[in-house]
Design a binder for this molecule. Structure first.
Ligand SMILES: Cc1cc2nc3c(=O)[nH]c(=O)nc-3n(C[C@H](O)[C@H](O)[C@H](O)COP(=O)(O)O)c2cc1C
Length: 142
């Protein structure tokens, strides 16, 4: 099993809480995993990982955050073919459109997309965090 990076952007901490719980789930299955805020890793460094777990909330009008995360994703997009990728993020009043669009964009790269992106409404509850940990644990076996 290859190394995994969890890379996220979070404005108010909800997606960050998800990222931490997913990382714990990966570790519980003995995955070699590193957690990064998107500001801490370059696209080139991210593409050294065979397995990527990417998190970004719904921002703007049903889009990825546009200052940091979308540019990062655009930079790695051309290198994702053949990699195993999982997506997650928190949202507010929408219906998850940003995640559906992000999934399509990821599949179009030739990456192997894990399940459906995990979406949580606003601040994750204890149950939601347990769901995040299980998502991470399942991705370890993907
Ligand atoms: C500028 C801005 C734009 C947003 N746009 C959307 C949106 O289009 N659809 C939606 O469901 N939620 C939207 N939200 C709500 C966030 O996705 C939600 O609060 C989420 O929990 C934030 O995650 P974070 O704490 O990781 O930043 C928006 C929030 C902000 C601040």
């Amino acid at each position: 099993m290859g190394k995994t990076a969890v890379v996220y952007w979070s404005g108010t901490g909800n997606t960050e809480a998800m990222a931490k719980a997913i990382t714990e789930g990966l570790k519980s299955e003995n995955s070699e995993v590193t957690l990064y805020n998107v500001s801490e890793i370059t696209a080139e460094q991210a593409l050294d990982f065979e397995r990527l777990v990417l998190g970004c909330p719904s921002m703007g009008a049903e889009v990825l955050e546009e200052m940091e995360f979308d540019p990062f994703f655009s930079d790695i997009e051309k290198g994702l073919s053949g990699k195993k990728v999982a997506l997650f993020g928190s949202y507010g009043w929408g219906d998850g459109e940003w995640m559906r669009d992000w999934q399509s964009r990821t599949e179009a790269t030739g990456a192997s997309l894990f399940e459906e992106g995990l979406i949580i409404n606003e601040t994750p509850s204890e149950d939601d965090l347990a769901q995040c940990a299980q998502f991470g644990a399942r991705f370890s076996r993907f």
